[in-house]
Design a protein around this ligand. Structure first.
Ligand SMILES: Cc1cc2nc3c(=O)[nH]c(=O)nc-3n(C[C@H](O)[C@H](O)[C@H](O)COP(=O)(O)OP(=O)(O)OC[C@H]3O[C@@H](n4cnc5c(N)ncnc54)[C@H](O)[C@@H]3O)c2cc1C
Length: 378
């Protein structure tokens, strides 16, 4: 069952829709999708506009730039932004992962220093977890924090992160001690990105947005850069990752692609469209149930993993179906004047494989559900 939205939440959704349908906003979004190859947008005017209204991180306290609302209002905002095609990575990395981690685990000083800029859409942050040989098995990460006086110097390479060139700072996982248990000894640091000791290089890939290879070559950090407890970053990750894994972003992407497909599909596709519609609705239900669990203070990691798997696979299925039903013109990108629906199908198809990998791959999600819920041997 979909959670019942209050009249206030429904009218909030309407207000967001109105803003996102304004000509200037639509033009900016379209423009950001037509940037020359190799370029991509960071924060847009629309982010600053939403930030000024206190909506970008609406569930954070007012003193940190939010509006003291709940995670439901935040989810409504995310859903509408994605439905209207606002590029979401800069927002989800900065607010949903890094900002939420600071909100939950930061010191008073860290909250005051970092959250208002993120919430106003004036600064942004990215996530430096994955390494060239470490993705799914994150606990084996090798980036090291070497003691240096009363602080540390970081050495290592982080890959497959996004938006480093646009970010002011990053949440970075590094090893502060070693021992028999891999996940012990990991510490999370908030590090300035555009600074000495950090080298950012692009890694091109199939989708519109590049990955970055970030080399940490002795950047110095102090105790004030540590988020949460020293050596106990795994705890923070365990609490923050389910917040990110509601699947709502993926279900909204699937909805957006399907809405465009319905508009452009040739006659004779009705049965396939109904099958896709059923799947997309199921995906949305799963995602909203995750949000409802979080709202009720009952985060459920198994449900999050199920939702993440199903919603991302659904987004992929819809994007593949769109190309099958529409033919080669669906593969023209937003820069091509002949593109259908401003290139939405091409962008969705190229983004799809990444959706099923990022935030925990489909296989890892299924493995987690099988071992934790169904009790199958690992
Ligand atoms: C679009 C996108 C954005 C990303 N953004 C970020 C970011 O901002 N910051 C960041 O740090 N990282 C980011 N990543 C990296 C992402 O977290 C990793 O890609 C992911 O953790 C998988 O790691 P990997 O690529 O090394 O693949 P691997 O772990 O090498 O896995 C390769 C394949 O093997 C499968 N596999 C691995 N282990 C098992 C197992 N035990 N059982 C069964 N199958 C298994 C996986 O499912 C996958 O299909 C991003 C990735 C993508 C695609």
């Amino acid at each position: 069952m979909m959670p019942a939205f209050t009249p206030k939440q429904d009218s909030f959704r309407e207000e967001i829709r109105e803003l996102l349908r304004e000509d200037a906003v639509r033009a900016e979004i379209a423009q950001s999708r037509r940037m020359p190859y190799g370029q991509e947008s960071g924060l847009l005017a629309v982010h600053r506009r939403l930030g000024k209204l206190g909506w970008l991180a609406i569930n954070w306290p007012e003193r940190y730039g939010g509006a003291d609302a709940t995670i439901v209002e935040k989810a409504i905002l995310t859903e509408e932004m994605i439905r209207h095609g606002v590029p979401d990575n800069v927002h989800s990395l900065g607010i949903d992962i890094v900002g939420n981690a600071i909100h939950l685990f930061g010191t008073q000083e860290q909250k005051e220093r970092y959250l208002p800029g993120l919430a106003r859409g004036e600064t942004t942050a990215n996530v430096l977890f994955s390494e060239p040989d470490i993705g799914s098995d994150l606990a084996s990460l090798t980036t090291r924090a070497e003691p240096d006086g009363d602080g540390w110097r970081l050495y290592g390479r982080k890959i497959y992160n996004m938006k480093a060139q646009h970010s002011d700072f990053a949440l970075c996982a590094a090893r502060t001690s070693t021992g028999p248990v891999n996940f012990a000894g990991i510490t999370l640091f908030l590090i300035p990105l555009q600074s000495m000791g950090v080298v950012i290089e692009p890694v091109w890939n199939l989708s519109e947005e590049r990955f970055d290879l970030v080399t940490l070559d002795g950047i110095r950090v102090g105790r004030e850069n540590v988020l949460g407890e020293l050596d106990d970053g795994w705890q923070v990750l365990g609490k923050v990752l389910p917040l990110e894994r509601t699947g709502l972003d993926h279900s909204a992407k699937a909805e957006r692609t399907l809405a465009a497909l319905r508009e452009h599909a040739p006659p004779g596709c009705e049965q396939r469209l109904v099958q896709l519609e059923t799947r997309v609705r199921a995906a949305r239900l799963l995602a909203w149930r995750c949000v409802a669990n979080l709202h009720d203070g009952r985060p459920d990691e198994v449900h999050s993993a199920t939702a993440k798997w199903y919603t991302s696979e659904t987004a992929k299925e819809v994007s593949v179906a769109a190309v099958e039903l529409l033919g080669p013109r669906a593969l023209l990108d937003a820069r091509d004047p002949e593109a259908i629906a401003e290139g939405v199908f091409d962008a969705a198809l190229r983004e799809a494989p990444g959706l099923t990998l990022a935030q925990g791959s489909s296989e890892i999600m299924l493995f987690f559900v099988a071992t934790s819920k169904l009790g199958l041997p690992s």
